[in-house]
Design a binder for this molecule. Structure first.
Ligand SMILES: Nc1ncnc2c1ncn2[C@@H]1O[C@H](COP(=O)(O)OP(=O)(O)OP(=O)(O)O)[C@@H](O)[C@H]1O
Length: 432
């Protein structure tokens, strides 16, 4: 096999299940054959795998997987494929063997997927979600603080509720603080409370969220929005389990579990100086990452049924054709968007489907395909794709700041917020 002398980001293949579970294979650039035959580069002794089952072509540009006409087929995220560009994080399944592509430096270990397809209100049949359930089953009863990461709509709040409900302080209060929805100047008092006269408008003593959550759990949503000057205070509260109201002199000891969630990459925020490294490390001791829905389409059918059940509607409320369409969609707004679409279809009928809003950005191939559609539909698709590309670039350029992005694009902030919402994108709505 040919190997290049060096490669910048090497990948490895982690065997998640099957007879070789726990093994890993570093993938230098080159071609690899996977199968039961001893002649293969990666031998997998799995009865349901063909002698020569799959080929992986690894180059610096990526990894291409080609099924070698195997008897039982090759699958990725529940779909059978004959040829596929595999991105890091993807899980391939051959027979009863699952293989995950991860960076070589990854310290990720094999997590056995939970037997259960739910944890509290969270449901999911995919391996990724059942791994999350295993972590949650281990973490929740201990009562430790947990950082929950995931894109918007992936279920972070639901996850926090479930950790609280299955933790030692389940009988205590569950207090939510949405840090993105509070003016930065009021955050400290919201969290820790204040004494009368501490600032203009502080007309009486007031307990903060930490005190109100005493004996229970405080959930800090969008913790990445915490102003830098308040960050040392949160760090102190986490380390010493005590808080001081704004304007007070004394600290009060608190028995409280702290759960925090973020949809932004906090590690990047640390590198950019927007988030303190010490606070990040304290928060990230125990982490749970909820995968985006587009990486686990196997979960879509159960999620649809769960939404229908919550609406008190039978599974037959959605036709097979609609279900098939929902399976194809990339869900930029994740489970929240799926829930909204199912509700819309149930209430307005299946003709509501073409107005699903956030159409995916069309690839070159899809753009060409849309030339076959009726003019109006083709035009709408292209515009949606353009909007999404434009907004993504804009938000990235403006560091996620809505005010700056609206100024740069020459549109009103409210309109920009609506557009972002429509496309399941998020940004910070703060005044600079
Ligand atoms: N795995 C899941 N199973 C069932 N329902 C889910 C799941 N994930 C999310 N939901 C539902 O999707 C909606 C959005 O979830 P939630 O509010 O917890 O997301 P979030 O990650 O906190 O979003 P944001 O970052 O925008 O605050 C809720 O209605 C929630 O009940």
């Amino acid at each position: 096999m040919m190997r290049a002398r060096s490669s910048p980001t090497r990948l490895k293949l982690l065997v998640l299940s099957g007879p070789q579970v726990g093994q890993s294979h570093v993938l230098a650039p080159g071609a690899y054959r996977l199968g039961k035959s001893a002649e293969c580069d990666i031998v997998l002794n799995d009865k349901a795998i063909s002698r020569q089952h799959l080929r992986l072509d690894v180059s610096e540009g990526g990894v291409k997987a080609t099924d070698l006409d195997s008897h039982n087929g090759s699958f990725c995220e529940g779909m059978r494929f004959s040829e596929l560009e595999v991105r890091p994080g993807a899980v391939l399944r051959l027979g009863s063997t699952e293989l995950k592509l991860v960076p070589e430096s990854s310290r990720e270990r094999v997590i056995p997927p939970s037997e259960s397809t739910r944890f509290g209100g969270l449901v999911g049949t995919s391996r990724r979600m059942r791994e999350v359930f295993t972590l949650l089953e281990r973490l929740a009863p201990g009562g430790a603080d947990v950082l929950i990461q995931g894109e918007t709509g992936t279920g972070k709040e639901l996850c926090a509720e479930a950790i609280h409900a299955q933790g030692p302080r389940a009988k205590g209060p569950f207090v939510i603080v949405d840090l993105a929805g509070i003016a930065p100047s009021l955050i400290e008092s919201e969290l820790f409370g204040h004494v009368k006269g501490a600032f203009t408008g502080a007309q009486a003593d007031r307990a903060g969220a930490f005190e109100r959550a005493a004996g229970g759990t405080v959930f800090l949503d969008e913790v990445g929005e915490l102003p830098v000057e308040v960050q040392p205070r949160l760090l102190r509260a986490l380390e010493r389990r005590q808080v001081k109201r704004v304007g007070a002199n004394d600290y009060r000891a608190l028995e409280v579990r702290v759960l925090a969630a973020t949809h932004v990459d906090l590690e990047k925020a640390v590198q950019e100086g927007r988030f303190r490294a010490d606070l990040y490390h304290r928060l990230a001791v125990l982490r749970v990452t909820l995968p985006p829905l587009r990486e686990r389409p196997e979960d879509v059918p159960l999620l649809i049924d769960t939404v229908l059940e919550r609406l008190g509607r039978p599974g037959s409320a959605l036709s097979d054709a609609t279900r098939a369409m929902l399976l194809q969609y990339p869900w930029p707004g994740n489970v929240r968007e799926l829930r909204n679409v199912v509700e819309q279809v149930v209430n307005l009928g299946e003709e509501a489907l073409p107005d699903m809003g956030a159409a995916p950005a069309p690839t070159g191939e899809q753009r060409a395909a849309s030339l076959d559609l009726p003019f109006k539909e083709a035009k709408e698709r292209l515009i949606e794709g353009f909007e999404r590309d434009y907004l993504q670039g804009l938000i990235e350029r403006c560091g996620g700041n809505i005010s700056r992005a609206a100024r740069e694009a020459g549109i009103a902030r409210l309109y920009l917020r609506k557009l972002l919402h429509k496309h399941g994108l998020s940004a910070r709505d703060t005044d600079e």
